[in-house]
Design a binder for this molecule. Structure first.
Ligand SMILES: [Zn+2]
Length: 335
């Protein structure tokens, strides 16, 4: 089973129609994402309070208001969401990992992911377009990005993916005339249309990540277009019985090691969920990804499988199928 979110509310259903005007969708999404971009502005810290046992009123009255930058290690497992009162974690867990504290933020814990909360990222069930024309318009307006496949090999000029401000030639990662790709109108509509693809790298998704969260994407081997947040999964939410479907996963790099043939990233969530990601050393070299990238968040697209040691893994063969998320966007990641 893929990580499943029963809290997900299909955003279109609130408009009372199965088919929704994409303009309305983007307005709505914008509101949701803006709300989400600075969600959980503070936590309530209360030493002797237990979720599910003590009253929300007491937490509200006695809990100390803590901002992400005010977090101290002794507060671990004693900070709670001001809205749903479930325990929160602070990311990054170890403040010393980064010199840059503006990336610090609070996240809900996966154990309580079914508890509804207004401060949680909402997920939808896919987007529906009513006609080919609407879909073409969405592509033209960059509201919908079609990815036909991931760029297999690095571009001629290497791109330093560790530096969010590094300037590079956009034409190296954005192809205005990518191969036409068959895209269905939506989840419940089998009709498919050929649309131009433009993106072919996770790198392009990571740049302007905050804006991309707003957009719809059609991913390789997807069934229908989805919002980016609906395809993004924290490795912390993955269980031992991985989905056979590809997703865009993210996790923090604990270690990076060079094996005989492959580079191995070991990603570990705050809750201790581990995923091994194998990439090609030549690709990492061209991305300037080295052990210096330990502590950063990696986004990768692929299918997870269970290795003999019982640990989940993913083999990422395409240069374009993974990238580092700029630190300034870490607080935008869905939880
Ligand atoms: Zn909450």
């Amino acid at each position: 089973m893929p990580p499943h979110f029963s809290r997900a509310a299909w955003i279109g259903s609130s408009l009372g129609a199965p088919v929704v005007n994409p303009d309305k969708i983007s307005n709505l999404l914008e509101a949701v994402v803006q709300e989400g971009s600075h969600r959980i502005p503070y936590a309530r810290y209360l030493k002797d309070w237990t979720y599910g046992k003590d009253s929300a009123e007491r937490l509200q009255a006695e809990g100390e208001r803590i901002e992400p930058s005010e977090y101290r290690p002794e507060m671990e497992s004693k900070i709670f969401c001001p809205e749903c009162t479930t325990p929160l974690s602070r990311a990054p867990k170890n403040a010393d990992l980064f010199t840059n504290s503006r990336t610090a933020h609070f996240r809900h814990k996966p154990a309580h992911r079914l508890v509804p909360c207004a401060l949680r990222t909402t997920r939808g069930a896919g987007l529906n377009y009513s006609s080919e024309e609407e879909m073409r318009q969405a592509v033209q307006n960059s509201d919908l990005a079609i990815i036909s496949g991931w760029q297999n090999t690095p571009p001629d000029q290497s791109i330093d993916e560790t530096d969010a401000d590094a300037v590079f030639d956009q034409t190296q990662i954005i192809d205005p005339d990518g191969p036409p790709t068959e895209v269905p109108l939506g989840r419940h509509t089998g009709e498919r249309f050929l649309l131009p693809s433009k993106l072919s790298t996770v790198l392009a998704i990571c740049r302007n990540f905050d804006k991309n969260l707003n957009r719809a994407f059609f991913f390789p081997d997807s069934q229908y277009p989805v919002r980016l947040t609906d395809k993004l999964f924290d490795i912390a939410l993955v269980n031992e019985d991985p989905s056979t479907q590809s997703h865009l996963f993210f996790g923090r790099i604990r270690t990076l090691s060079r094996l005989n043939f492959r580079d191995k990233f070991t990603l570990v969530s705050d809750e201790g969920v581990q995923v091994k990601v194998y990439a090609w050393p030549t690709h990492n070299d061209r991305k300037h990804i080295t052990r210096n990238s330990e502590g950063r968040v990696l986004l990768f697209y692929g299918e997870l499988y269970l290795e003999n040691d019982g640990i989940l893994a993913c083999k990422v063969d395409d240069w374009g199928a993974y990238s580092l998320l700029p630190e300034k966007y870490e607080h935008c990641l869905p939880d």
